[in-house]
Design a protein. Structure first.
Length: 303
């Protein structure tokens, strides 16, 4: 296979505010748990990918945690999300989308952080009312279950300095699409572990699209991987726990019907630096290293 051509989405200048929405819920009596929040989304029509408890791995690898609760939850809407990704390939980076659930050791509130529709449009360079429709359903789900939750948004952060979406494009030969998919993804999966990445979940998006009789699948294949790196999440969480709305990162692998190209991509770490205003030196270092490692993996497996 020929070396991939890196294709970075054109960076637009945006004022970064309201990229991350936060719901604060009184949890003085410890009655609200991540499992309750997961059930809230399931009961309101969302599919759940993972609900990973992070305090155990934090303590095991780093010796401590600053949180009573720190969970990474991923969700997607089985009809709206599939309609969106079937039309706009880049939007698959939010199938699933991430939800942060956290409560500090000395806090009475538990928090839910989620990317706003505006942020998702910015990252994907796609304008669609479906983003807002999904956001409305998320808000309704949380506020119906937790009517006393207080809503707020992140403060203004720095404008992004580099592209928010990193995409790689690779020309394919005359193999069957399934063969190209299997070959690429086996290499992809084997490339992550040596650099400290883990893959807690996988979604066959093409199969999900096919379940919707109102959609004509535009892909030969479309898969997404949830990818995370514990060192990144731990260091960022020290000062910006709301950035859990970016973790785990969803990586897309797809081929459109009628094309001889495979695409793979992920939301860049510059989103964390910008939308979550991450400035702490160690957190910045591990984020930029993760970006470089991620790109290196994708380059190496296609040479």
């Amino acid at each position: 296979m020929k070396k991939i051509i890196i294709s970075l989405v054109v960076l637009l200048l945006y004022t970064v505010n309201a990229d991350i929405r936060i719901f604060d819920i009184d949890n003085t009596n410890s009655t609200v748990k991540p499992e309750n929040i997961e059930k809230t989304f399931r009961d309101n029509g969302f599919e759940v990918g993972i609900n990973n408890e992070m305090n155990r791995p934090f303590t095991k690898q780093f010796g401590k945690t600053d949180y009573k609760i720190f969970n990474l939850l991923t969700i997607y809407h089985p009809t709206l999300s599939m309609e969106l990704v079937n039309k706009y390939p880049n939007t698959g980076i939010f199938v699933p989308m991430s939800i942060g659930i956290y409560q500090g050791t000395n806090e009475k509130d538990i928090h839910i952080s989620v990317l706003s529709a505006k942020a998702q449009e910015k990252i994907t360079s796609v304008k669609s009312p479906i983003f807002a429709q999904i956001e409305d359903k998320i808000t309704k789900a949380i506020m119906t279950t937790f009517p006393n939750a207080k809503q707020r948004e992140t403060l203004e952060g720095p404008n992004p300095t580099k592209p928010l979406l990193t995409m790689f494009e690779m020309k394919l030969g005359n193999n069957k699409p399934s063969e190209d998919k299997d070959t690429f993804e086996m290499s992809l999966e084997s490339g992550f572990e040596p650099k400290g990445f883990v893959m807690p979940a996988f979604i066959n998006v093409s199969e999900e699209i096919n379940k919707n009789k109102n959609l004509k699948n535009t892909y030969d294949f479309y898969d997404t991987y949830s990818i995370c790196k514990l060192e990144v999440i731990y260091n960022v969480a020290k000062t910006k726990p709301e950035a859990a709305a970016f973790a785990p990162c969803t990586t897309v692998v797809y081929k459109k019907k009628g094309e001889k190209k495979l695409f793979v991509g992920f939301p860049s770490v510059y989103n964390w630096l910008s939308s979550a205003a991450v400035v702490e030196p160690e957190a910045t270092r591990v984020l930029l290293k993760a970006q470089n490692d991620f790109e290196t993996i994708l380059k190496d497996i296609t040479e």
